[in-house]
Design a protein around this ligand. Structure first.
Ligand SMILES: [Zn+2]
Length: 92
């Protein structure tokens, strides 16, 4: 009994980081914020990764066009109408 094994700490930290990156990757694949996924994975480790896997993908919002089809203006935030020319942006 001489305290906590350093190898155990390193293993825990590495697995925590792996979970964080995995969650960030999953979030990115689902069209959600990778940073959010990273935080989830970092805070909740394996649980966070599962939560990220279970969360619905935001494909609905990510398929919203980011540029106006008429005038090419970047839509910030992506919406249904162009902020410059006011033409409705079609959603596939
Ligand atoms: Zn426009």
């Amino acid at each position: 009994m001489n305290g906590i094994d350093p190898v155990l700490i390193v293993t825990a930290v590495v697995s925590l980081l792996v979970m964080s990156y995995l969650s960030a990757w999953v979030a990115g694949q689902k069209g959600r914020s990778p940073a959010e996924g990273f935080i989830l994975g970092f805070l909740f480790s394996l649980l966070g990764l599962f939560v990220e896997l279970l969360l619905p993908s935001q494909s609905r919002t990510s398929i919203l066009p980011r540029f106006c089809m008429q005038c090419g203006t970047a839509l910030t935030p992506p919406g249904r109408f162009c902020g410059r020319c006011g033409s409705p942006v079609r959603v596939a």
